[in-house]
Every structure is written in C-alpha cells, then in structure tokens.
Design a protein around this ligand. Sequence first.
Ligand code: PHE
Length: 453
Amino acid sequence: MTQQQSIHGEWSSKLAFIMAATGSAVGLGNIWKFPYITGENGGGAFVMVYLICIALVGIPIMMAETMLGRRAKQSPINALKALSQEAEAHENWHYLGWLGVTAGFLILSYYSVIAGWASAYVFKSLSGAFSGQGSAEIKALFEQFVASPLQLTCWHSAFMAVTMWVVARGVRGGLEKAVQFMMPSLFLILLILVGYAMTTGHYSQGLSFLFAPDFSKISGQSILIAMGHSFFTLSLGMGAIMVYGAYLPGHVSISKATLLVAGADTAVALLAGVAIFPLVFANQLEPSAGPGLIFQTLPIAFGQMTAGNVIGTLFFILVVFAALSSSISLIEPMVAWLIENHGFKRSHACWVAGAAAWLLGLGTVLSFNHWSEVKLFGHTFFELLDYLTANIMLPVGGFFVAIFAGWVMLREHSESELEMSPMFYEIWRILVRYVAPAAVFVVFLSVVGVLAP
Ligand code: PHE
C-alpha cells in the first residue's frame, strides 16, 4: 500500500489502540443489551452460543478487520476500494464499506436514545430517587420516564451533541485518557454490584440461569440473536474496528490486541449478567422484561446498599462514558468518509452526520411511548432497527469481511500484516475462510427456515 499514515492521525501507542478498541467494544451492548437479550432468550444456552460465536467468529473477524484497516489506512469505503485494487479484485467490494457506514449510522440513532436513559439515571441516582424504593416503585419510575417523549428527546439530544463534540475533536483528543481510567473503574463498580448480588440470597439461582444451558429454550431465532450480538458487542461488521485499525501504527501485534479487547468485553458482559440476574430473582421480576431490565433492577440495589446513591451515580456515569466511547466509533467511519471524499471539515462532517442520526433517533424515542402500538411485522420501530442492524447488517458485513480477508486478499499480505506464528496464522486462516462464513451462513439459513425441521 502506498499510504504510510492515515490522514486522520494515528494512535500514540499500542496501548492507545487497545484502549480505543476496548472503548468501542465495551458499551451499552455489554451492560444494557446483553442482560436483557439473555433474559429474553432463556439464559444459559443462549450465553453459551454467544460465547462460542465470540471465540470462533468474532475474534478472527476482529483480527481481519483491524488488519484491513491498518493496511489501507483509510475509511472503510476507501479502504475496501484500495485493497480490492491491490488484490486485483472487483471494485464492488467497496459497497461493503457502504453497508458498514449505513449500519453504524442506524445504530447510533437508537444508541444515543438509550445512552440518554443512562444519563438521566445519573441524576435520578444523585437526587436519591432510588433510596429505599421497592421493585414496584423502581419499575413505575422507569415506566413514567420512558412515557415522556420530551424527556427522552432532551437526553437523546444532549448525548448526541456530546458525541459529536468529541468526534469533532479528532480520534486522539481526550479519548485515550478517558478510557484509561474509565475501564478499570467500571470493572470495580461491577464487582461491587456482584458483591451485593451475593447478599440477595438468589445468587446461585442467578448464576445457574446464566450458565446452566437448557437447550430446549433455544431456537434458530435466538441463535441468530446470540450471533448478531457477538458482532454488536465487539463492534464488528460495520467498519468501526477497521477505521480504528487504520489509525494503528505499523508495529503492533494485532492478534494480542484483539484477544485483550475481546477478553475485556466478554468479562464486562458476564459481570453485568452476574450482577443483574440475582436481583431479578430476588425481587420476583421477569428476566424477559426487555430493554428496561437494567433500569428496573440495578436501582433496587442502589436504593438498598450503603452509599447506594453515590455508587449508583458513579455507575451510571461510567455507563454513559462507556456508551460515549462506543458511539464515537459508530459514526467515525461516516465522518472519515465525508472528509476523504467530500472535502468536509471534520467539524462540519460531525454536525451533518449527527443531526441526521439525531432525527432518526426520534423514531426510537416515540417507539417507547406514542408509537408503542405501531408495529411492523409485530415489532416497534426501535425493535426493527435493532433487529435489522445487529442481526442482519452486522453479520452480513462480517461475513464479507471474512471472505475478503480469507479469500480475496493475498496470503502474503495477511501473513505480513498479522505477524503471527505459523501455527496461529493457519488457525486464523481456517477460521476466517471456513468457520466464520459458514457459521453466519448456516445461522441465516436456519432462521429463513431452510434447515428448520
Ligand atoms: N460494541 C458497542 C457496544 O457493545 C456497540 C457498537 C457496535 C459500537 C458497533 C460500534 C460498532 O455497546
């Protein structure tokens, strides 16, 4: 490749890349989405499928994405154009970049709304709204909150504005440092919550819900959701990791960085699950309560534990930060592309992309109140958007990334980028050429019903 360095700047170190990629991966997906989809899909067996997908599909594709980004040093659309030229392949490959940019934009639109919920909960916790409240009051509090389009819109707007402000400052400004202190703190608070969960008397019930697989509870549909989530939680299939890879200096070991990021991501999700499910059972709540699950469970714990207001406030602040470091990576591919191809200034690109995503987000706001009965194929606007992006667009994107890295890119190029030992390189190549694409394909087929009995 001709380009030595991305025009958008570079990470200052290997650690900075690991931090940024972890910041992208760890977010609402781990703390908000993983628990509620696990609850909706029956627990243990679902978690097991999710973990298998992370190991066999997610990690190899994450390595592939980072590698493609670092080799091309451009936004995903242009990266795929350049890399397909290099490999003498058809230039249609750049549509894969388009798919990713679109998916990131669509996800950001609803991600910002949910991050707005977490922001509102910072202040609820601070004001002592959870103190001594039982599960019924906490549930009512949440329901009243989401019933107000005005409140949701204000928080959504605030979160989107902050996201765009950070992205406008460029990939390195501030982000590296914020993530560095945020991740360990988030870990610590989750550990405190797990400690509290142990005192509920329902700890083992929570654990067995999460880890004892009951395969009768799993369907083709829930396998698709588990697989889709493995892409969502690792930020794969839409170019976020590719664009961060583009800012990666040449000498970093991609495989080690990837394993660290995927490990941290999985640990945060599992800790969140272990903290939440004992509370669900101790308070006779429904594991399948849906997107409100963490907002209806954790505040009960904050309301009862010592210094709960402070811990709750800190917890929601950290969730907002985790969401912020993910949301900036959702829009960075689009912003980088607007700069490269349309000569936008970074700040203008941010405001244009942000305003459009904000507008679309109003659909999600309304789907929790005025439009909650407006359904297409039995789903609200938010549910459809989430399903389309996480369960269809990201796996399709990841499938083609795997095909590109495994079949289109020349072997010597991937070998030299990845710099792994020959044995690990072979394992990666088998996973990315056969296992990952076949897994996505079979799961899609089984949902379409071709393989269903
Ligand atoms: N991985 C993020 C999370 O788990 C969401 C995300 C998806 C971010 C895709 C970037 C790209 O919250």
